[in-house]
Design a protein. Structure first.
Length: 420
């Protein structure tokens, strides 16, 4: 089955491999790194997240203009090629302290701001180009489910970086081992991005200037036309409802990405769940979603992505209610709950490109456009959902602080038990 898939889908999946390899490690470890090892102050952490929120808004807008004014697929290829080394360098920024940080050191706050903004800029550059390529590729070459399937294989391989980083560094307890592993996967990710992009540029269809995806009349649109196009998109009820759903999905996923380790460390004793098993649990939380999407292809074809995503929401709600009724003293159930929720959230998020691609197609037909507004649709989605990536850490950290998190004189887990 896999051997029949066209080479361009494999090339596209190499971009996913490089992106997933670094993004999963960055989002999973950076909060614990700055809170535990660098001992950043609560105020500096909030300030960094607020700056990131503003930076995201500007970054997504400029990223959209860069992609929309690019020359067909070649512009998207260039975005990945130039962004690959910057992405790898930005990934390495947080793991190497600029000096020995004291508790509340202002430099650790600056370090976090630079790390978050640099990584987000490089990631946005690559992801916006990749999302646009996704919308273009399957309309010309593959069905969306076929491309999704091979893409999930790449995501599965890339997400194993969480498992190996945990095993090698004892879940970041041995910082030197973690730093060495970070350098290794940064090199591998850059090679993967280069390989995929170069192969796509050779395998993709050659177009004449007259066949650009973005005709000349749409490449130099004035501000009034851009605002008009955005208004047309935002007046579509389905797209607006999707943006709301996507915001809360990103919030929930960021919540578990950033704090799963912290929850496990504070709520599950290490004599109950040793470091090795924790690494397996964290690795499973990132690899099992890809396996779930791969094995649910028949369900997707039978029920469609809408029902599958809806079922995932019901499952998350049911699991949370059951865990609330059981209480945190059932440590193995708590570990299972954290893993299952992460798996469901990650797996459902993997499907979110499918409804976005449908929004692009529906808009194309509704307004009888000459070319799809792929970049604008994905750009607006990023603009409305990226704030959740900053709001989630701020809200969760403020809530944890109420229960004594980060205070050496107070036990977070005991405070939580007493509240219950």
């Amino acid at each position: 089955m896999l051997l029949k898939i066209k080479p361009i889908a494999w090339a596209y999946s190499m971009i996913t491999l490089g992106t997933e390899m670094l993004n999963s490690v960055f989002s999973f470890y950076y909060v614990k790194l700055f809170l535990h090892l660098y001992k950043i102050s609560e105020v500096a952490f909030y300030q960094a997240q607020m700056i990131l929120m503003i930076w995201n808004a500007l970054n997504d807008l400029t990223g959209y203009f860069h992609v929309s004014q690019a020359d067909c697929c070649s512009g998207h290829h260039s975005s990945v090629l130039y962004g690959a080394p910057l992405y790898s360098i930005a990934f390495l920024l947080p793991w190497f302290p600029w000096k020995y940080y004291h508790r509340g050191d202002w430099l650790s706050g600056l370090h976090l701001v630079v790390s978050l903004c640099a990584f987000d800029s490089a990631l946005t550059c690559i992801q916006q180009a990749q999302c646009t390529l996704f919308a273009e590729i399957f309309t010309r070459h593959e069905s969306p489910l076929r491309l999704l399937k091979i893409n999930q294989v790449a995501s599965l391989v890339g997400s194993t970086s969480i498992l190996f980083s945990g095993l090698i560094s004892d879940n970041m307890e041995i910082l030197f081992n973690f730093q060495a592993f970070a350098v290794l996967i940064a090199i591998l990710a850059m090679a993967s991005l280069y390989t995929g992009t170069c192969h796509m540029s050779h395998l993709g269809p050659k177009r004449s200037p007259e066949e650009n995806v973005f005709p000349e009349s749409e490449q130099d649109l004035p501000w009034t036309s851009i605002v008009s196009l955005m208004r047309q998109l935002l007046t579509q009820k389905n797209f607006c409802l999707f943006l709301i759903m996507s915001f809360f999905q990103v919030f929930h996923l960021t919540f578990f990405n950033n704090f799963m380790m912290i929850f496990a460390d504070n709520l599950i004793p290490k004599d109950v769940l040793p470091s090795f098993l924790r690494s397996i649990m964290y690795g499973a939380a990132f690899t099992c979603p890809q396996c779930l999407v791969l094995f649910s292809q028949s369900w997707l074809k039978k029920f469609g992505y809408y029902k599958i995503i809806l079922i995932s929401f019901y499952l998350k709600g049911t699991a949370s209610i059951v865990m609330l009724l059981l209480g945190q003293q059932y440590y193995y159930f708590l570990a299972l709950y954290l893993t299952v929720i992460m798996v469901i959230a990650q797996a459902s998020s993997c499907l979110f490109n499918l409804p976005l691609a449908d929004v692009v197609d529906a808009d194309l037909l509704k307004f009888n456009r000459q070319s799809p507004l792929s970049s604008m649709v994905f750009g607006i989605n990023a603009l409305f959902t990226k704030p959740a990536q900053s709001l989630a850490p701020m809200i969760i950290l403020s809530k944890l602080k109420q229960y004594g998190y980060g205070n050496p004189d107070k036990s977070t887990s005991h405070r939580m038990v007493s509240v219950e």
